[in-house]
Design a protein around this ligand. Structure first.
Ligand SMILES: NC(=O)c1ccc[n+]([C@@H]2O[C@H](COP(=O)([O-])OP(=O)(O)OC[C@H]3O[C@@H](n4cnc5c(N)ncnc54)[C@H](O)[C@@H]3O)[C@@H](O)[C@H]2O)c1
Length: 342
């Protein structure tokens, strides 16, 4: 059994909270915000993470922490015996290009890991599983924009295939085991604590470059459209996903919810917005378009708005301002010594 480190006690329960929640990947970018949202609601939170890309410093105060690899059967046994009511699964290898280079490594974490999480949840009597899929990759190049949940799925990477296959596994667990499973198909989530190498790392990358006075690298013509959503809005969708009724039938798409702004923003427009917030222009570096990159990825969010009453609380500008302020605050003060090779 890998190490399980005890952190501080959870806070007092509040209305609507008081449940026992496991957040896998909770030491990472989005999972740590989801853990915070559950804690703020008065739930007890345990985080399971192997710290491969996550950081112990992201684990919020008040959460327990277990360092485990979801692809290891120990993770399944930990979940089975943990008494969790809600299992929220954010742990994943998220690098699309790495999944193309090593599809087996992607499948080990993203599929074998998912099965350990689902088995642990089923055997441990969990009430439901909230799984995080990706609206950015399951649809692939699509003629429907904004893209509804029912659009054809043509993933262009092993990472996208593993997300779609995961949703099929959820359907099996719903139908055969009666486990309540919900899939959230995220757009490009951004915000504090995002690793610049992530799926929507462009916000962190641009902010960092502006702060260092470096030009912004833009692939292709910069007119490719993406659906950017501030991380706290995504976290709020997770709280709702832990509540809504789930019936076993209906198939994969019936239990999937796009989570995005519903609006397309070009990379050029994103660069301009961040330049305005930073109050500086550092120039652009034009790079060749990346092969296989989709032109448009904008999610139709009508379903989650209508059924759950969810809508983004933050405008793009507000989210960018908060993210920029967070990254600026992390910068070493002027004159800070930088490491030089010995
Ligand atoms: N960032 C986005 O815009 C976006 C978009 C769509 C979907 N998602 C999904 O959201 C989830 C979280 O992504 P993120 O952007 O916060 O990335 P992240 O890398 O910050 O978080 C992933 C976390 O999972 C952990 N992890 C990885 N492999 C593990 C393993 N084998 N066992 C246990 N823990 C492991 C990492 O240490 C990390 O803390 C992922 O499932 C990702 O596919 C993210």
């Amino acid at each position: 059994m890998a190490t399980a480190e005890e952190r501080t006690d959870p806070g007092p329960a509040t209305a609507g909270g008081g449940r026992s929640v496991l957040v896998t990947g909770g030491a990472g970018f989005i999972g740590s915000h989801v853990a915070e949202a559950h804690l703020a609601r008065g739930d007890r939170v345990c985080i399971l993470d192997d710290l491969s890309t996550g950081r112990l410093g992201n684990v919020p105060r008040g959460a327990d922490f277990a360092r485990l690899d979801v692809a290891d059967p120990d993770a399944r046994d930990f979940i089975r015996s943990g008494g969790f009511e809600i299992v929220n699964h954010h742990a994943a290898r998220i690098d699309v290009r790495a999944s193309v280079a090593d599809p087996a490594a992607d499948a080990r974490t993203n599929l074998l890991g998912l099965l350990h999480v689902l088995e642990g949840a089923r055997l441990g009597g969990a009430e439901r599983v909230v799984f995080v899929s990706s609206g950015g990759v399951v649809y692939g190049e699509t003629s429907q924009s904004p893209t509804p949940e029912t659009a054809p799925k043509r993933p262009l990477s092993p990472y996208g295939v593993s997300k779609l296959a995961s949703e099929l596994y959820l359907d099996f667990y719903r139908q055969v085991h009666g486990l309540r499973c919900v899939a959230l198909r995220y757009g490009n989530i951004f915000g504090p604590r995002q690793d610049p190498g992530g799926e929507a790392g462009v916000v962190s990358i641009f902010a960092g470059r502006l702060l260092r006075g470096e030009p912004l690298a833009i692939y292709g013509d910069g007119r490719q459209l993406r659906d950017y959503l501030f991380v706290e809005d995504a976290a709020r969708a997770n709280l709702l996903a832990a509540e809504i009724p789930v019936a076993p039938g209906g198939g994969v798409d019936a239990h999937a919810f796009n989570v995005g702004s519903g609006t397309g923003t070009s990379v050029n427009a994103l660069a301009e917005a961040l330049e305005a917030i930073a109050g500086v222009r550092t120039g652009r570096r034009r790079l060749p378009a990346r092969p296989g990159e989709v032109r448009r990825n904008v999610l139709d969010t009508g379903r989650i708005r209508k059924r759950w009453g969810w809508r983004p609380a933050f405008t793009l500008r507000e989210g960018l301002e908060r993210t920029f302020a967070h990254i600026a605050a992390l910068r070493p003060p002027a004159g800070h010594a930088t490491e030089v090779p010995a």
